[in-house]
Design a protein around this ligand. Structure first.
Ligand SMILES: Cc1cc2nc3c(=O)[nH]c(=O)nc-3n(C[C@H](O)[C@H](O)[C@H](O)COP(=O)(O)OP(=O)(O)OC[C@H]3O[C@@H](n4cnc5c(N)ncnc54)[C@H](O)[C@@H]3O)c2cc1C
Length: 411
């Protein structure tokens, strides 16, 4: 029943975190008749964050339900996957049509679908408490807000999760992802014809390059105005190489990830040099020509529970899978859809959240496990026989092309 049809006042929800997970939840709750407000710590618009995102049919369904008009187009379609050998020849190929979009584009369409007066930037949650009747959130500016439901969509380092499940901590996977976007117009004729039309892979020993075209500035999908996106995974030992990479020019180390403008020039130069040494020439050109090259350490995280009375964890706050399945955004959307379905089925909020947990806890663990298997090949250290077996399995181009950036299916 919508708020307009009901005689009772709409139930109140607070969503903490205004990135993609928070926007999915906010839009779906609003359309289910909730009086919902999103509170995002960062003061500026988030649109310039992120790079490419792989779409799956499930994501399109949630976007439609969240009120996004998909008729404008959301991305660029590719038809085939290829793996390039070190010398640049096509080592293997596989037909697999897929629609590829960009984080900024998804943020833009979800943000447009959500009323601005309900989206509060520069609002950091610092604490919360709950009893049988309500949950109360305290923000850094001192304001306290009360609601029937609090949705924690506050990401990998979730303040809410740290208070409710302090033992669920992110684990460094043993490797980093170098990322970037390059303008189509800046690429050579060779890279344009041999790389740009494809979802392309490179598999140097214990590394992995994945690259694909996405829309360009202003969401243009016009030939000549698109961009090429890449994610290049490289092992980095936590206590030596990674620590050094995460240290800025003032000597400060950023253990959770260094802001891209603070990455030292010599760290960037080393990545560009290594690209020429280990990658196919077409990929090395892309890395060389990327103006805003940056890297992120890869973490994974599993929460033992995602429903705590009137508080629900969702998206990266609940589970973070290594990015190999390309499921992070889709999972956040599916979590939000499951949460709203459960709230519609059971009027009692804590009971509905338990039903949400029952429907999503296994899915979260399963995606984390599958992505770990896909990534074992890149780990700086292989700790167990099981990891070694997984690393062997995903050494072959066929297995990598078949299972990367597609929804996982149980073996
Ligand atoms: C290298 C890499 C590649 C990836 N590639 C893909 C891909 O191809 N496809 C895909 O689907 N996913 C991909 N992902 C994952 C994807 O980015 C996330 O899974 C997805 O965006 C869901 O994030 P979220 O909204 O739950 O959390 P986040 O995007 O982390 O957002 C959390 C938000 O909460 C805010 N916040 C935090 N604390 C507070 C607080 N106390 N008060 C208020 N606000 C707060 C933060 O500022 C932030 O905006 C990738 C991730 C990485 C690292």
């Amino acid at each position: 029943m919508s708020a307009a049809q009901s005689t009772k006042p709409a139930r109140k929800a607070l969503v903490i975190g205004g990135s993609l997970g928070g926007l999915f939840a906010g839009n779906l709750l609003l359309r289910a008749g909730w009086d919902v407000h999103i509170h995002e710590r960062v003061a500026d618009e988030l649109e310039s964050r992120g790079a490419g995102v792989v779409t799956h049919p499930e994501l399109m369904d949630v976007l439609s339900a969240a009120g996004v008009d998909l008729s404008d187009g959301i991305g660029v379609e590719v038809r085939e996957r290829i793996t390039l050998a070190r010398d640049g020849h096509v080592e293997s190929s596989r037909p697999l049509p897929q629609l590829l979009t960009a984080w900024g584009r998804l943020y833009q369409v979800l943000r447009r679908a959500f009323p601005s007066e309900r989206y509060h930037s520069g609002r950091q949650l610092v604490s919360f408490e709950q009893d049988a009747g309500a949950v109360r959130a305290t923000f850094a500016d001192g304001e306290v807000m009360s609601a029937d439901l609090l949705v924690a969509a506050d990401g990998l380092r979730s303040t809410v999760r740290q208070s409710l499940a302090p033992d669920a901590r992110p684990h460094y996977a043993g490797y980093v992802a170098w990322r970037g976007l390059v303008e189509e117009a800046s690429l050579s004729p060779r890279a344009l014809s041999e790389l740009f039309p494809y979802f392309a892979f490179g598999l140097p020993p214990r590394e992995q390059m994945i690259a694909y075209p996405v829309a360009g500035a202003g969401n243009s999908v016009e030939p000549g105005h698109r961009r090429y996106n890449f994610v290049w995974y490289r092992p980095a030992d936590r206590d030596t190489t990674l620590r050094e990479m995460l240290t800025d020019a003032t000597g400060k180390t950023w253990p959770d990830g260094i802001p891209p403008p603070l990455i030292r020039p010599e760290v960037l130069a080393e990545a560009r040099r290594a690209a020429h040494e280990v990658l196919a020439p077409q990929f090395a050109e892309v890395v060389e020509k990327t103006p805003n090259l940056f890297f992120q350490p890869i973490f994974d995280l599993e929460s033992p529970a995602i429903a705590f009375g009137r508080v629900a964890l969702l998206g990266d706050a609940a589970f973070v899978a290594r990015p190999h399945c390309g499921m992070g955004v889709t999972k956040a959307g599916s979590d939000a859809a499951a949460l709203v379905r459960a709230l519609e089925a059971a009027p009692d909020v804590p009971l509905a959240l338990k039903a949400y947990e029952a429907s999503r806890l296994h899915a979260g663990s399963f995606i984390v496990g599958h992505a770990r298997a896909l990534g074992a090949y890149m780990q700086a250290q292989i700790a167990t026989p099981a990891e070694r077996a997984m690393a062997e399995r995903y050494r072959s181009t066929e297995a990598v092309m078949r299972e990367t950036a597609v929804p996982p299916v149980p073996h």
